[in-house]
Design a binder for this molecule. Structure first.
Ligand code: HEM
Ligand code: HEM
Length: 280
């Protein structure tokens, strides 16, 4: 038996990846076709790195990093390997976000525009700071092997909640940024007159919302969680790499002393635990 509702999972994942790719194409077309392109010269072309790096890195890469544990064909990989991929993608997304901030601050300073006056910049900077905190805590608690098991387990619900909260805040920030840029940038004709650029970039905003909605859907389905290490190891076929296809027989396992940050999926799948918190 495969992962529960495998076809729905595959559909949701393909939809997220496709919508994500189309968003990246949209932001590139906005910048190269409607705007000044990309450069590092203190002008508008430098500003343009801001939306490009945010959409490719802080939104798309972060979204993929969030669902990476859920891919059933990775369940045969070790948990440590998946942690490196999850952490690595998040670190890459953070680097993109930081460069995008350097671009916009540098642009503001070169043009003598005040810094940090907008709601967009307040919520955006707060999201980046929280994200860096999430990264540091994630590495310290789940990668460095000295953290006690009880702490790993206790921190997991907070890690998942804050991860999803930051991701949603980043999407909200991007929508504010897009709206601001359209209002500032469109002069003749104005934003309210719906020129082609306005409609095109409005669609980009909708695509970003849809991407976020699908990622949040995938990340909040208890039945699509990576099974705990104990469940995986109990499968006779684990070593030959087909564990992900043999889930049904092993889901009666209840506890997992060797996977403290695991997710209690067995209990949840057997219908006894409805919330999405991490319990063991
Ligand atoms: C400015 C963060 C996405 C458009 C800023 C500033 C920050 C920031 C901190 C202030 C820079 C300064 O004061 O010098 C973020 C974050 C984003 C994001 C964390 C992640 C979602 C976007 C997107 C756009 C955008 C997708 C679309 C074009 C702008 C504009 C400004 C700006 C027009 C200058 C006006 C202002 O300061 O509000 N952003 N931004 N931002 N951002 Fe973003
Ligand atoms: C799980 C977000 C950094 C370790 C999760 C989940 C989210 C998330 C939303 C839930 C995924 C699911 O339910 O399948 C983030 C964000 C990060 C970040 C936004 C960066 C800012 C890290 C780092 C580590 C880490 C650096 C260190 C290895 C874990 C672990 C899980 C997890 C072990 C549990 C996976 C499972 O057992 O299913 N993270 N995370 N995270 N994260 Fe992170």
């Amino acid at each position: 038996m495969a992962m529960e509702n495998f076809k729905q999972f595959l559909f949701a994942l393909s939809a997220a990846v496709s919508v994500g790719f189309v968003s990246i194409i949209f932001v590139l077309r906005w910048v190269f076709y409607f705007k000044e392109g990309l450069a590092w010269d203190g002008g508008f072309a430098e500003f343009n790195w801001h939306p490009v790096l945010i959409v490719t890195g802080f939104i798309f890469m972060q979204g993929i990093a969030i669902v990476v544990y859920r891919l059933p064909w990775t369940w045969k990989c070790s948990k440590l390997m998946m942690k490196f991929i999850h952490a690595g993608l998040n670190i890459l997304a953070f680097i993109f976000a930081v460069i995008s901030l350097v671009a916009v601050f540098d642009f503001h300073n070169a043009q003598i525009i005040p810094n940090m006056y907008s709601l967009h910049s307040w919520v955006g900077l707060a999201a980046v700071i929280l994200y860096s905190l999430q990264l540091v805590l994630g590495v310290c608690i789940y990668l460095i092997p000295i953290t006690p098991i009880y702490l790993r387990a206790a921190f997991m619900p907070l890690h998942v909640y804050s991860g999803l909260f930051i991701f949603a805040s980043v999407i909200a920030t991007a929508l504010m940024g897009i709206t601001e840029k359209l209002i500032f940038g469109l002069k003749y004709p104005k934003y309210k007159d719906s020129p082609p650029e306005a409609n095109f970039v409005n669609v980009l905003g909708v695509l970003i919302v849809v991407f976020g909605a699908i990622i949040l859907w995938i990340a909040t389905r208890p039945s699509w969680k990576r099974p705990s290490e104990q469940v995986l190891r109990s499968l006779p076929t684990y070593r030959d790499g087909s564990a992900g296809t043999k889930m049904g027989t092993a889901l009666s396992q209840q506890t997992d002393p060797i996977d403290p940050e695991g997710n209690g999926d067995a209990r949840r799948r057997s219908g006894k635990l409805e919330d999405s918190g991490q319990v063991n």
